[in-house]
Design a binder for this molecule. Structure first.
Ligand code: ADP
Ligand code: ZN
Length: 759
């Protein structure tokens, strides 16, 4: 009987397509093949092979590509991802199957040259210059030699043709040198040493006696949130005599407690065992400080993986990871789909970060997918945070995850004292945004030679511009957002779609000249105020949208860390993870931003952010303090921050979530319907709602106009599905979409399981 191959194509298609396997070709699951698709040829992956009489009527596979097959664990991850997020399976495949692009094809061989000792046939002055440089007999790259001699490359080429220089292919530098797990072990504090011992014990199979108990406990607790709903049909068979199931471990420790050193030891242990480690970070482009720290501990920098890593280097890292040669990768969420040959640990640093959720294409949460990958590979996953997400915290208290706590700062350093500045009584002067008490604290701090950080989570100069004459407010023409003034760029900018226009001199509505007024502050406006207050101090403004990009940010963060500035003004970019040893004062300019949003995680998010940013203070020798400007010091979030009673805050927040049936006690999914025409989007949303037929335990809310009602010219309506925890949300959604209205015209329906954004 003819063989039929089911081929999954990395396009937005939900199922695999059947192709005939031509005689003489043997295909295995995972093979990457070329196939005809309509009038063209494309690439796909063999997802299944069977014998079927239908084979003779199908188009044949063109051939197998000479690339490594997609491994079993990665195929399982793709299946899992598609099933959980309801993304087309082909889209999920596209994340794991990055075919070498044309530009990255064929490593250009670097040629090294040195003098052969043979005189040149034509000794021109340019040629003699080259030979003078090469006279030392050393091997140099061709262009390096040309540059050193101050001649063009063609002169060097001429000398090679002539035989006066001899050329050899240089072996390419490895993408990452092997880290040495014993390069520079730091002496750990007692708390750290305990944590490391526990961590390493948890990560590795326990001695026989406790083995069974361990497996029993894990079994009993059920699996983590992510695996409970959509248990993969293809999940690995439970090996009978191997009860060890690698755990997910929450490593919780206050800011500055030394979590990094602790998980470095776990990574070192993993490297010593010859396995690979993946460390996920939320802001990978800005982690120079982290990479240096890694290099101090392990002797070399790790391989890094993020969207800024281009072409050939990308391919070489992939190949190195697949061959098991690259031992440690530090990466953004997409690193989860790298073809690790022998993954031994995944660390998710700052696991609570919302940046781990991908909000377009395949809507997935990298932290949760890391847990899934860990289960598939049976490798431990360490979730590190000073402010764990409620989801992770609940999983830890219920025993689904293990829990290790570092309760105190490293080296006996104290957490900063936090004081509220009630903006109703401690009012800033007219036209100012900084309360007198905070100005005085900054003055004191810089006078003592220390650093102060003023934190405002708002980019630009002013979040709203209006005309004083007619009241016209400047709004984006594609989105329902106010345009944010950016004074450095002299522009009004939409933070949603990037639309920008020159800030007009006269009102575009009423024509009144020079009467536009900025409302409210962004970091640029604070910078203006601070520079006026402290003209002789060195001020650095850090915001992700400044010219110079990641390079410049890296350099400025370095400057701050080295104490090369007095006052830092920044957005959330500076709030997280950085180690600024000279920083002793943090001023939060508006602690209330975010508290009023309709997001069920608003309180949690604000608490996390405020704790992170105040936690930047006092990480060095001197103790730190924080002043927090707020209009509602009695708000539970602010009160918890001031009292330092995080445990109580979380307890209350968890109780509130449980009472409301919100995650992780219930499940949520959002359907976002959008169209170029408002009525069309709304009608489609209503038709969807009519088809929802929610069973017991399921509630469908909406359609409601989205808070961001217009984005990039598309009108948006949202439906929210809320279910009890026991409901199979994915099956319900799949059935609903199938019986719902056909998507017509330019209507789009995006499905967001476990939404993190409610805009
Ligand atoms: P966290 O990630 O928990 O906020 P870090 O790992 O960044 O904390 O550690 C905080 C500070 O303490 C850093 O400056 C770090 O270098 C220092 N530190 C932590 N552990 C040690 C150690 N064992 N020896 C020396 N310094 C340490
Ligand atoms: Zn816009």
């Amino acid at each position: 009987m003819p063989s039929v191959a089911e081929i999954l194509i990395p396009l937005a298609l939900d199922s695999a397509y059947s192709y005939a396997v031509p005689a003489g070709l043997t295909l295995a699951v995972g093979d990457v093949v070329q196939i005809p698709l309509g009038p063209r040829e494309t690439v796909g992956v063999v997802w299944g092979v069977r014998e079927s009489p239908a084979g003779s009527n199908l188009r044949p596979v063109t051939g197998r590509l000479d690339v490594p097959p997609l491994s079993g664990p990665l195929r399982e991850l793709v299946d899992w991802l598609a099933r959980y997020t309801l993304a087309p399976k082909g889209s999920a495949l596209a994340m794991a199957l990055r075919l070498p692009d044309e530009a990255a094809q064929g490593e250009t061989v670097r040629i090294g040259v040195r003098a052969s000792g043979k005189p040149p046939a034509r000794p021109t002055p340019a040629r003699m210059k080259v030979l003078a440089v090469a006279a030392d007999g050393a091997m140099r790259g061709k262009s390096a030699l040309a540059k050193e001699a101050g001649v063009s490359l063609s002169v060097v080429d001429g000398l090679i043709d002539d035989g006066a220089l001899e050329a050899t292919a240089l072996t390419p530098e490895p993408v990452a040198l092997p880290p040495d797990p014993d390069h520079a072990r730091v002496p750990l504090s007692v708390a750290q040493a305990d944590a490391v011992r526990d961590l390493i014990a948890m990560m590795n199979p326990a001695p026989p006696q406790t083995d069974r108990l361990e497996a029993f406990l894990l079994e009993d607790a059920g699996q983590g949130d992510v695996s409970a709903t959509a248990a993969p049909a293809t999940s690995l068979p439970e090996p009978e005599a191997a009860p060890f199931r690698a755990p997910t471990i929450l490593l919780e420790g206050v800011t500055g407690s030394g979590k990094t050193e602790v998980y470095f030891e776990a990574v070192a242990d993993c490297v010593r065992r010859g396995r690979q480690a993946l460390i996920l970070m939320p802001e990978i482009a800005l982690t120079a400080q982290f990479l240096d720290r890694f290099a101090e501990r392990f002797g070399v920098r790790p391989a890094t993986w993020h969207s800024g890593i281009g072409g050939k280097r990308r391919e070489r890292i992939r190949a190195g990871v697949a061959a098991g040669e690259v031992a440690v990768v530090v990466g953004a969420r997409s690193a989860l789909f790298l073809p690790f040959a022998k993954l031994g640990i995944v660390v998710v640093d700052e696991e609570h970060e919302a940046a781990y959720k991908q909000e377009d294409g395949v809507h997935y949460h990298a932290r949760d997918m890391a847990v899934v990958r860990g289960r598939i590979e049976n490798c431990p996953v360490v979730l590190a945070s000073a402010t764990p997400s409620i989801e992770t915290r609940v999983n830890a208290t219920r025993g689904r995850y293990r829990h290790i706590v570092l309760p105190e700062r490293f080296g006996g350093r104290r957490l900063p004292d936090i004081t509220a500045l009630d903006m109703r009584s401690d009012k800033p002067e007219r036209g100012s945004f900084i309360a007198p008490a905070l100005i005085a604290a900054v003055r004191e701090t810089v006078a003592a030679g220390d650093q102060a950080l003023l934190f405002l989570n708002r980019r630009g100069y002013a979040p709203l511009t209006l005309c004083r004459a007619c009241g016209h407010r400047y709004q984006c023409r594609n989105c329902s957002t106010w345009l944010v003034e950016h004074r450095f760029r002299k522009a009004l900018v939409c933070h949603q779609c990037g639309y920008a226009e020159r800030r007009p001199e006269s009102c575009s509505e009423c024509g009144t000249f020079d009467n536009l007024t900025p409302c409210g502050p962004g970091v640029e406006r604070i910078a203006e105020e601070v520079t006026a207050l402290f003209p002789d101090k060195r001020v650095i403004v850090l915001s992700s949208d400044f010219p110079g990009g990641a390079e410049r940010l890296r350099a400025e963060l370095q400057t701050v860390a080295e104490g090369g500035c007095d006052i830092v003004i920044g957005t959330q970019l500076v709030a997280k993870g950085h180690n600024f040893p000279h920083l002793t004062l943090v001023g939060v300019l508006d602690a209330d931003i975010g508290l009023t949003s309709g997001d069920p995680r608003a309180a949690e998010r604000t608490f996390q952010l405020l704790q992170q940013v105040t936690g930047r203070a006092g990480r060095g020798e001197k103790p730190g303090r924080a002043l927090v400007q707020t209009f509602q010091p009695e708000h539970p979030v602010i009160a918890a921050l001031l009292s330092g009673d995080a445990a109580r805050f979380y307890e209350e927040e968890i109780a509130a979530r449980e009472a409301a049936g919100l995650p992780p006690f219930g499940r949520l999914a959002a359907l976002i319907v959008s169209a170029g025409d408002r009525a069309v989007a709304e009608a489609h949303g209503q038709a969807l709602a009519r088809a929802s037929e929610p069973p017991d335990g399921v509630m469908v809310l909406g359609p409601a106009e989205a808070p961001l009602a217009l984005v990039r010219g598309r009108y948006r309506f949202r439906l929210l599905v809320k279910t009890e925890r026991s409901v199979d949300l994915q099956s319900y959604l799949r059935d609903w979409i199938a019986r719902g209205p056909k998507v017509r015209g330019n209507v789009k329906v995006a499905i967001d399981v476990d939404p993190q954004s409610f805009l």
